[in-house]
Design a binder for this molecule. Structure first.
Ligand code: SF4
Length: 353
């Protein structure tokens, strides 16, 4: 088949060709993606020792898929004090965390400095910790709320100690789907613009795609190809993370969920199409650890990290609230036939197990 030849010859696929990859049987597609992964990483699977901190769930935006945010009437709303956040950072770092992954809802009552002081205070006490923080959606929120341009916000983030940006807020780039699931928050063009500006500052970031809700396969292909196009220009994406939609406690009312086969095909296609983004991450929080382990044979070379605690996906049904121990993580990767490699946030290898 021509398409298989093209993939084996490392030729780039068009949108239409990429769509036909979904028609291949799972094993053929898996083999194509696995060959690329093995060629690039052998059997190494990366993870890092990280801690997720979600400082507030009060949000001005109303994304239909979100189970995390709280409105002002919600009795479960919270906003941590800086001291509480620092205490979490201290405990996490004492327990070995090398990265703090800090993502918040869009709290209009907190103030711009409340956001930026989190990073300043942590970096003051722990200058060596890697802070991955502020999705492009948060950057856009701060810009809208406080009247700054993206450039100013990004510069302030760097001054405050943010080292890299997470990939959240990308959801699905297709404008119609996006309008339906998260109208009002950062647009696709703005999301891409913010990451391009971040990369232009010599900084790196991740990119995500939320799939398995109301989008079609062609929307996923479009999303992945828009990232490929930006990466050709800016080169700052470290990893692509396909996030599987979590169905509980939200307003999207999805009745058909992707099968494991569809999820694995999406990982494999991501690996095949994104010849310019090195790492494909199976974020076990949304795919389940079992499927993430299988995804290692479908192009994924990274399983994220131990997380320690997670509030956003677990609010929507993911089994991730308390993370996983390092020993367990390493054991699972080993038992699945791969080589666990602890990495830092920018993918330098720290320890091969
Ligand atoms: S996804 Fe983010 S921006 Fe949207 S409602 Fe939830 S917390 Fe707010």
């Amino acid at each position: 088949m021509d398409i298989i030849k093209k993939v084996n010859n490392n030729e780039r696929l068009t949108h239409q060709e990429a769509l036909t990859l979904y028609e291949l049987d799972l094993y053929t597609l898996g083999e194509l993606a696995h060959a690329i992964r093995i060629n690039r990483f052998g059997k190494k699977s990366y993870f890092n020792i990280n801690r997720h901190i979600n400082p507030t769930n009060v949000c001005k935006d109303v994304c239909k898929f979100c189970a995390y945010s709280a409105s002002r009437k919600n009795p479960n709303q919270y906003t941590m004090s800086h001291e509480e956040i620092l205490e979490i950072a201290r405990t996490s770092i004492a327990n070995g965390a090398k990265e703090l992954h800090i993502v918040s809802a869009h709290n209009p009552h907190a103030g711009m400095d409340w956001y930026l002081d989190i990073f300043r205070l942590i970096k003051n006490e722990f200058p060596d910790i890697h802070i991955k923080a502020m999705t492009a959606a948060e950057v856009d929120f701060l810009a809208r709320e406080y009247g700054y341009g993206y450039d100013e916000i990004l510069d302030k983030m760097i001054e405050s100690g943010v080292d890299s940006m997470p990939g959240g807020g990308a959801e699905i780039f297709d404008e119609k789907v996006r309008d339906f699931i998260c109208k009002g928050k950062v647009t696709s063009a703005q999301w891409l613009e913010i990451h391009q500006k971040w990369h232009a500052r010599g900084k790196q970031s991740n990119a995500t795609m939320l799939f398995g809700h109301i989008e079609e396969r062609s929307h996923r292909i479009d999303h992945i190809l828009r990232l490929r196009t930006l990466q050709d220009k800016s080169g700052g994406f470290n990893a692509f993370i396909p996030l599987v939609y979590q169905k509980e406690n939200n307003f999207l009312k999805v009745t058909h969920f992707p099968t494991a086969q569809e999820i694995l095909k999406t990982f494999a296609i991501s690996r095949i199409l994104l010849d310019n983004i090195n790492n494909i991450k199976a974020y076990w929080v949304t795919s389940s650890i079992n499927l993430a382990l299988v995804a290692q044979e479908f192009g994924a070379n990274d399983l994220d990290g131990t997380i320690q605690k997670e509030s956003i996906q677990s609010a929507a049904g993911a089994k991730s609230a308390n993370g996983m121990s390092q020993e367990e993580f390493v054991g699972l990767i080993k038992n699945s036939g791969f080589i666990p490699v602890e990495r830092d946030s920018l993918y330098s290898e720290l320890r091969v197990y």
